[in-house]
Design a protein around this ligand. Structure first.
Ligand code: PDD
Length: 292
């Protein structure tokens, strides 16, 4: 049985309900985080907490829990759901904070309502071996999202529609293009290897600052892999030696076909293999409590 947290209580998933007047339901008025936990230990917790705070600030919503309360809640969930997660106890936490529920539907912020706080943890499925062998296909699509993509808002309709368009085209992800620049995926950040350098677009209001992205940059810098945060022209993508997408749930995924064309050799490349090993070793350190 899966346990979840809702507004101060831990309860079975089936029993967790929010009112239909919740502003998350009516307006998408809320923010979320996705946080892996390896061996029951939260991955990059301070980074996720800071990004949650930035998202809450971005929608002008006070953080309903203190840092210590968040940690207590999430660690309690990880313990409760440990059995389902198997021997490694690797789980992914989803947490969401909405502005809460008010009797009258009104766009402006209601006074004196309590935020709705929800969290659950689920086992992380083992990686699909076909991805390491073959990579995945992606397509490029015009980025029609708003201009505050740095806020991790639950309002994900453009991302949902764009991802479905990619899936309908037989691809795993859409790489989004704004003003001729490749920005990120619908739920992932973007890396490109070219001229023996690893490149990723710089942070901006048009992109979610991924926690995995930051760790990949750190691992590259610590291991002598030249890397740049620089604009990536969409027109240059077909000539990339390697393309990767990164996220907490998918980790580092090699893109070997873009818009029906082969990227590089058509197989996951040497830079990806090296970074995957570094990332795997980092997770081992997290499980052992030697990194976070
Ligand atoms: N999404 N960009 C977007 C638009 C995202 O939604 C995500 C993650 C990322 C990668 O961020 P991180 O490395 O911190 O996971 C980039 C999560 C996984 C989701 O929506 O489920």
């Amino acid at each position: 049985m899966a346990w979840v947290y809702l507004n101060g209580r831990i309860l079975p998933l089936e029993e967790a309900c929010v009112p239909v007047t919740d502003r998350g339901f009516l307006f998408g008025d809320g923010v979320y985080e996705v946080i892996p936990a390896y061996g029951g230990r939260l991955f990059r917790w301070p980074h996720h907490l800071q990004r949650l705070q930035n998202s809450l600030d971005g929608i002008r919503l006070a953080n309903p829990l203190s840092d210590a309360q968040w940690r207590d809640v999430l660690e309690e969930l990880l313990v409760r759901n440990r059995e389902e997660a198997g021997a490694d106890n690797d789980q992914a936490i989803y947490l969401q904070v909405t502005r809460g529920s008010a009797p009258k539907r009104d766009h402006c912020f209601p006074r004196e309502i309590r935020a709705t706080v929800y969290a659950l943890s689920q086992p992380i499925p083992p990686p699909d071996p076909a991805i390491a062998r073959d990579g995945v296909a992606a397509v490029t699509l015009a980025d029609n999202r708003w201009s505050r993509c740095d806020i991790k808002a639950v309002t994900l309709l453009p991302n949902v529609l764009l991802r479905q368009q990619a899936v309908d085209a037989g691809a795993a992800e859409a790489i989004l293009i704004r003003d001729g620049n490749a920005i990120e995926g619908t739920s992932s950040n973007l890396f490109v290897v070219r001229d023996n350098r690893l490149c990723t677009p710089p942070k901006s209001d048009y992109m979610l600052p991924g926690i995995t992205r930051d760790l990949v940059l750190e691992l590259a810098a610590d291991n002598g892999m030249a890397c740049d945060e620089t604009e990536i022209r969409a027109a240059s993508l077909p000539q990339a030696e390697e393309i990767w997408i990164t996220s907490s749930t998918r980790e580092i995924v090699p893109v070997t076909r873009l818009d029906g064309r082969t990227i590089g050799t058509g197989e996951p490349g040497p830079w990806w293999r090296k970074m995957s090993e570094l990332y795997r070793d980092y997770k081992t350190e997290v499980r052992a409590g030697r990194a976070h």
